[in-house]
Structures are given as C-alpha cells and as structure tokens.
Design a protein. Structure first.
Length: 279
C-alpha cells in the first residue's frame, strides 16, 4: 500500500474539518480557537507545500538543453513562452510545431529531426530550439539579432543586418518574459565568465601546481560562457593572473582550443538555411 506523505494527511484533515465545522462558521470564528489556529496553520502548510511541488513546466528539459549549448535556461523558456505559451502540441499556419515552434520540415531536418511527430515531444523540441538559437547566436554574435533571425529567418536578417519593425515587438515580449522567469528563480541561471572570480581563486594559493589546478578547473567549468573577446582578454591577462604557474602553457593551450572551437562553430553557423520558426 502506498504511504501517504504527512502533508497530504494534513491537507485532507483540513478539508474534512472545514466540511464538518462549515466554512461559514469557521470564517465567523464559531469554531474553537485551538481548532482555528490549527486549521489556519495547516492551510499555510498545504499552500507552501503545494507551491514547492509545482515545478516550472519542462524544467529539466530547459536546464539540460541550455547547459548543452551554453545558453541561459531562462532565455530558452522565455522563447517557448512567447512562441507557444508552453503548449507542446502547438501548430502554426506556417508549419511551425511544438514548444519552440520549429519549422517542419526544413529547420527540423537541419537540426537532425527526421520525424514530424518528434517535434511534439517536449524535450526533443526544446533541445532543437536551443541548438537553433545557439547556431544563430554564433552566427550573428548578438542576442537581439539572433531573436530577430529566429522570428523572421536568418537569411532575411543576414541580408539586412538589422531588426525589422515586425520583430521588435516579438523581441520585447521575449525579453520581458525572460526577466519575469529569472525573477521567479525557478530555473538555473546561466553561468558566468568573470575574470575577477578567477583572480580571486588563484590568489588563495601561491603553490604553482595548486594554482594551475584551480585555474584549469575554473576554466573547464566557465569557458562555455566566455565570449570570444572575453577569452582573448583572459589570454592577454594570463601572465599577470598565473605568474609562473602556467610556465608549460597548459592553461594557455586550453584557451586557444576554446577560441579555435568558437571559430569553427561560427563558420559552420554561417551556412544556416532560410528557416522561419515562428507562430
């Protein structure tokens, strides 16, 4: 027999007591004082527990997909909110499908989705939308232009290199949603590439081997959030931050590898098809 959690028993007891005493009597304080206090406390407990159990829709899908491509999960969720109102079965007249409104078949096929039905699977759709946004971000190197390209199609934005008027309202909606979702603290926030954090960590030890390990661990965790200018800045400041701790150039090599990978990703993103994943 399945065990009923204590807070469920309290909530059920609250329901039974209010039925027996009567909501009207309870509200008018005809119930005994001790009973009233207990029931009010129980009500707050039930509400708090219920709120804590109500997860953000597709929380793990947004967080995992964001981590895979180096975007903020709040940003992905904001796009899904504007595109489909979190409806995994949403279909537009232009053929965009699912939570992130991925265009079938052109955009979907480019993202490795070969079956139309796959786009109605929430995590698959979110992962595809995240990858598409990451590709656009690498291509345009601008959050606003990336959103405009997601809405209007990358070919048009690439040709005009500006944001059309019809995309301005869309972008405003996404940014507003992102702000509200971030304020709720329900999704993980994107990591940072703060060189001050690195400097602070490396200053805690003067032992070269320990310093190199601390710096290397920080870089492996944070480099995905570093822009190309930030990586170049880190490379330039490396002698000052590390001293002789990176005499063999191990950390320098990690930075150069990350820069090379970003360059390759940007070149690949430059040949995106003219897709229009909007509702």
């Amino acid at each position: 027999m399945k065990k009923i959690p204590p807070f469920y028993r309290i909530c059920r007891f609250f329901d039974r007591c209010t039925r027996e005493i009567g909501i009207r009597n309870f509200a008018s304080r005809k119930a005994p004082t001790s009973t009233s206090i207990f029931l009010i406390s129980s009500l707050f407990l039930c509400q708090a527990t219920s709120a804590s159990k109500a997860d953000f829709p597709y929380k793990e899908c947004f967080e995992n997909s964001a981590e895979e491509v180096g975007l903020d999960s709040n940003f992905l969720a904001a796009v899904a909110s504007v595109e489909s109102s979190f409806n995994p079965l949403a279909e537009s007249t232009s053929g965009a499908l699912g939570l992130m409104q991925i265009k079938w078949p052109q955009t979907a096929l480019e993202l490795g989705i070969t079956e139309r039905s796959e786009l109605f699977e929430p995590c698959t759709n979110i992962r595809a939308g995240a990858q598409y946004l990451a590709n656009l971000s690498a291509r345009f190197n601008s959050k606003l232009l990336s959103l405009a390209a997601y809405h209007e199609g990358p070919t048009k934005i690439g040709r005009e290199n500006s944001i059309p008027k019809q995309s301005v309202i869309y972008i405003e909606k996404v940014l507003r949603e992102e702000f509200l979702i971030q304020a709720s603290n329900e999704l993980k926030k994107r990591g940072t590439c703060d060189l001050l954090d690195l400097q602070s960590l490396t200053q805690k030890t003067h032992h070269p081997i320990a310093k190199l390990k601390v710096a290397s661990d920080w870089f492996r965790q944070s480099h995905i959030f570093c822009s190309t200018p930030k990586l170049l800045d880190l490379r330039n400041q490396l002698p000052e931050i590390m001293g002789t701790a990176d005499a063999k150039g191990e950390l320098l090599q990690l930075i150069n590898n990350a820069l090379q990978k970003k360059s390759e990703t940007k070149n690949k993103a430059g040949v995106l098809p003219p897709a229009l994943p909007s509702s």
